[in-house]
Design a protein around this ligand. Structure first.
Ligand code: ADP
Ligand code: ADP
Length: 226
């Protein structure tokens, strides 16, 4: 569970180019926030800041009230999924989902319980013994999410996770991700340039343009604006 606050955050590169300017934004505990805008507007940069993968030039980023500007990625409890999901091909679905837990030294029974729980959330229970090559594209993407979620992170970040899937599967996964987020209640930030995803998936939408936050509100409130 996490509340994430961008407090006057800016990001400039060496050449002085400002990728993000004075960003003020609160991501509420347990909410599904979609960060949308054209390519190059700063979405990924903002997302990567939460994971600790991007140096912050100015301002304060807090997670549950603690300033995390200088906290290393491994010292944060944040999970992230990208558009290209690298599963371990020689491991089963169950082993892929449990991988991070094994690395953390959890005992076998705890791992098995957590893998079951995660597989249930993602409707992968019937596929636990399969290898990634025996899964459909949508199932593989769900396994990648399962691997990220199994360790119950404070927050879950997704960067264009559906852009490599075909249109039919994308539609299906939009609904599944939204359902899974509601069931898990995990604070989720979802980056996309897709208007449909922005308007259908999240509790609130943050619209960015040229490094500036332009609007932040429920999909409905954004629709209703002229
Ligand atoms: P988005 O995710 O919205 O497509 P990004 O956050 O990836 O945008 O990038 C924001 C801006 O910062 C872009 O204009 C990009 O060109 C610029 N940028 C990203 N990385 C660097 C870098 N290492 N050096 C200079 N500019 C960069
Ligand atoms: P989706 O609707 O997710 O795209 P597909 O139509 O690709 O699903 O696959 C339908 C079913 O076939 C899935 O349940 C999947 O597990 C199974 N399947 C797909 N590819 C393989 C494979 N290479 N080996 C075994 N089962 C497969």
């Amino acid at each position: 569970m996490a509340e994430i606050v961008f407090d006057q955050i800016s990001k400039s590169y060496g050449d002085g180019y400002a990728a993000i300017r004075n960003l003020n934004m609160t991501i509420r505990d347990s909410e599904f926030l979609v960060l949308v805008g054209p390519s190059g507007c700063g979405k990924s940069t903002a997302l990567r800041m939460i994971a600790g993968l991007e140096e912050i030039t100015d301002g304060r980023l807090t997670i549950n009230g603690a300033i995390v500007n200088d906290l290393a990625p491994r010292d944060r409890d944040i999970a992230m999924v990208f558009q290209s999901y690298a599963l371990y091909p020689h491991l089963t679905v169950a082993e892929n989902i449990g991988f991070g837990l094994r690395v953390r030294g959890l005992d076998k029974a705890d791992i098995a319980r957590k893998v079951q729980e995660t597989a249930k959330l993602l409707e992968l229970e019937d596929y636990l013994a399969r290898k990634p090559a025996q899964l459909s594209g949508g199932q593989r993407q769900r396994v990648a999410m399962g691997r990220a979620l199994a360790r119950s992170p404070q927050a879950f970040l997704m960067d264009e996770p559906l852009s490599n899937l075909d249109a039919r599967l994308r539609g299906q996964m939009r609904a599944e991700i939204a359902r899974m987020q509601k069931m898990s209640g995990i604070t989720t930030v979802y980056v996309t340039h897709d208007q449909v995803e922005a308007m259908t998936m999240g509790d609130r939408v943050a619209v960015m343009k040229s490094g500036v936050l332009q609007q932040l509100g429920t999909p409905r409130s954004l629709y209703d604006q002229p």
